[in-house]
Design a protein around this ligand. Structure first.
Ligand SMILES: NC(=O)c1ccc[n+]([C@@H]2O[C@H](COP(=O)([O-])OP(=O)(O)OC[C@H]3O[C@@H](n4cnc5c(N)ncnc54)[C@H](OP(=O)(O)O)[C@@H]3O)[C@@H](O)[C@H]2O)c1
Length: 358
């Protein structure tokens, strides 16, 4: 089975099917929402401590060497977001590699996202400009709506919270108005494609009635295979990018500590281990190959050079039809979702919250 290495977007632009994720997770690991709810003052300290830690992880110490290793390993598709607070570090690493050669910029496919606090038509351009400033690039390849729900716009605070520990949601979101404002960014010539993330099928259809997104980025992995949503996107001709393709261990661990729920480690699923051994590949490579053969792109994140190399070396083996069916049967549907945004308490009440409420 031959799989093209990239999706071809309008104008012939190539979006590589293996990209590099840059969400470092540190903020979630150290944030204790219960404590946030108990004491607003100490929550500020906790939040500042968390942000400081997160910034360190997103800074030159971790992100820049990881991006350099990814470029060296052959990655050309890089995924960021305003809320990851790492656009400046990513921009530095990419610009160092580009140097003065405009042809090298053309090799890259750089993605960032509008934060939920910017989900108002009159704020979209401001947030886009801030991302472009930090990235230090002349143009962006893909700008995504990060979430269909919105937070209140609080300058300098991307995750504004109420004193009781709930997120300050903006319940008046005009999703179509925001999408039209994102589409308008293309007129500036500073973004080549625009797309969406974390929307459900009904929302995708509504957005398509205005204009088809160039890409849909959603959680897809062995336990949350999103078969219906992928089929719907395929029917609409929208390429799907799988986020958290390896099961986002840091997020799963943080949520398990907070909720007591069990999150199976995808890299240790018996069927995955067995198939990895049969092909002399690692479990991560089997997870990624399964996504490629399911017709989607994937953006694994790692800060370890060996794993970074491993995760893009998935083109020289093939899973059989039997193996694909065995892995396909591991899907747990909605139960398998990890990134359910429960780390933004109260957000499930937003009218555009995209997932089935449990
Ligand atoms: N649109 C959205 O809302 C959204 C949400 C979540 C994620 N994303 C994007 O998707 C990207 C990927 O998702 P993710 O970061 O959640 O998680 P992920 O890529 O599924 O998993 C990352 C975890 O797997 C580990 N890992 C990576 N390669 C490995 C290997 N070969 N063997 C064993 N362990 C390995 C990493 O550890 P080490 O770093 O220590 O190697 C890290 O703990 C993000 O970075 C972000 O860019 C988007």
């Amino acid at each position: 089975m031959s799989i093209p290495e990239s999706f071809v977007l309008s104008g012939g632009d190539l979006m590589p099917r293996i990209g590099f994720g840059t969400w470092q997770m540190r903020e979630l690991e150290v944030l204790d929402w219960a404590e946030v709810a108990r004491d607003r003052e100490s929550s500020r300290d906790l939040l500042s401590e968390a942000r400081a830690h997160f910034e360190l992880m997103a800074s030159s110490d971790v992100l820049e060497p990881a991006v350099a290793a990814a470029l060296e390993a052959g990655y050309r598709h890089f995924d960021s977001a305003r809320v990851y607070e790492n656009e400046a570090a990513l921009g530095r690493a990419l610009n160092r590699w580009i140097g003065n050669d405009p042809n090298k910029r053309k090799e890259l496919f750089v993605v960032t996202k509008l934060p939920p606090g910017g989900n108002r038509p009159d704020l979209v351009a401001e947030y886009f400009n801030a991302s472009m400033h930090d990235l230090g690039l002349d143009y962006l390849d893909l700008y995504l709506l990060h979430t269909p729900f919105a937070f209140e716009h609080v300058p300098g605070d991307l995750h504004p919270m109420n004193p009781d520990g709930t997120i300050r949601a903006d319940l008046t979101t005009d999703l179509i108005g925001v999408w039209k404002a994102i589409l308008k960014l293309k007129d500036s010539g500073r973004v080549r494609h625009v797309g969406v993330s974390n929307v459900n099928e009904e929302q995708l259809q509504r957005l398509c009635a205005v204009e088809k997104p160039a890409c849909l980025q959603v959680e897809v992995h062995m336990l949350c295979q999103q078969k219906a949503l992928i089929a719907a996107a395929n029917k609409l001709g929208i390429p799907v990018v799988a986020y958290s393709p390896l099961g986002s261990k840091a997020l799963a661990d943080a949520l398990a500590t907070k909720t007591g729920r069990e999150y199976p480690n995808l890299l240790q699923l018996p069927a995955v281990l067995k198939i990895a051994q049969a092909h002399n590949k690692t479990p991560a490579q089997v997870l990624l190959r399964h996504l490629l053969q399911s017709g989607v792109a994937a953006i694994p994140k790692s800060t370890h050079p060996e794993r970074i190399k491993q995760n893009i070396s998935v083109w020289d083996f093939e899973l059989s039809d039997e193996e694909m069916s065995e892995l396909g049967a591991l899907d747990r549907g909605e139960q398998g979702r990890i990134c359910d945004f429960s780390f933004f308490p109260g957000i499930e009440k937003h009218p555009e919250f995209p997932f089935k409420k449990s």
